[in-house]
Design a protein around this ligand. Structure first.
Ligand SMILES: Nc1ncnc2c1ncn2[C@@H]1O[C@H](COP(=O)(O)OP(=O)(O)OP(=O)(O)O)[C@@H](O)[C@H]1O
Ligand SMILES: [Mg+2]
Length: 245
């Protein structure tokens, strides 16, 4: 997928550009991370892919086709998004994972939960996937809710998977297992990861640093550590060095 000279301003923000002439390409199967301070426009950027908003200037392309040339239904079937806060409703864990995907079944839901590292806590429940959850997921921890939401996104089997701060409540080991499982089970999917922690993104194929509406640096962790002052500053503030792994 590709962003070609994309600029964006919210209609109500008086023309202030949140994204300013952004261009980059993400290859199928690649893990692409986006890093940047709060409010810099990360969620805005990814919202242009499923057309929650349209670029003010420039083009967003999926499989070489402008997103505006797809039907919304076709476009959105290609994109799965997991957010930091997910909607959990009362019903079983299985109902919650299957939500929005009428084609899926119990086995596929279990596989998705396995990839999302959710089986770890589901299997501890006597009723397993049939265990009830309350409205809003009040009976679940933040990290458990996030893993249900990720199970749901994985189950959608979309070619573009977007995680917008979707693993922020997971400990680093669980998060690393999740990303490994994702690479293993969905090698062909394009994975876009927004995260605050360097430890969450340092294994990504490429990391883009978003600042003042521009991508000011883009490369692997080691490349950015060597070349980008701001990236190195973020790393140091989080106690991360320039090595991989
Ligand atoms: N619907 C909206 N209408 C107008 N302005 C918005 C809207 N959504 C976000 N903004 C503004 O756009 C800017 C970018 O917001 P965005 O949510 O993309 O940031 P972010 O990088 O995802 O931040 P965070 O890391 O906190 O999630 C912010 O200044 C925000 O106030
Ligand atoms: Mg955001």
């Amino acid at each position: 997928m590709e962003f070609s000279h994309v600029s964006f301003a919210y209609p109500e923000s008086g023309g202030r550009k949140i994204l300013d002439d952004i261009s980059f390409t993400i290859h199928a199967g690649e893990t692409f991370a986006i890093l940047g301070s709060t409010g810099c426009g990360k969620s805005t950027l990814i919202s242009l892919i499923p057309r929650f908003y349209d670029a003010t200037e420039g083009q967003v392309l999926v499989d070489g086709v402008d997103v505006k040339d797809y039907s919304l239904k076709d476009l959105r079937s290609k994109v799965a998004i997991a957010l930091q806060k997910s909607e959990i409703f009362s019903g079983s864990i299985l109902d919650n994972i299957l939500w929005g995907n009428p084609d899926a079944d119990r086995l596929k839901a279990a596989e998705a939960a396995e990839t999302a590292q959710a089986m770890e806590f589901i299997s501890q429940k006597a009723e397993g996937m049939d265990a009830p959850v309350t409205q809003g997921g009040t009976s679940l921890s933040g990290g458990q809710k996030q893993r249900l939401s990720i199970s749901r996104a994985v189950l959608k089997n979309a070619e573009i998977l977007i995680f917008d701060d979707a693993t922020s409540a997971l400990d680093l080991k669980t998060e690393a297992r999740l990303y490994e499982a994702l690479k293993r089970t969905r090698p062909e999917a394009t994975k876009i990861i927004i995260a605050q922690r360097i430890a969450s993104v340092r294994d990504a194929d490429r990391i883009a640093v978003l600042e003042n509406g521009k991508i000011t640096a883009c490369g692997s962790h080691a490349q950015l550590y060597a070349s980008s002052d701001i990236y190195r500053d973020i790393c140091r503030s989080q106690g991360q060095d320039g090595t991989n792994g």
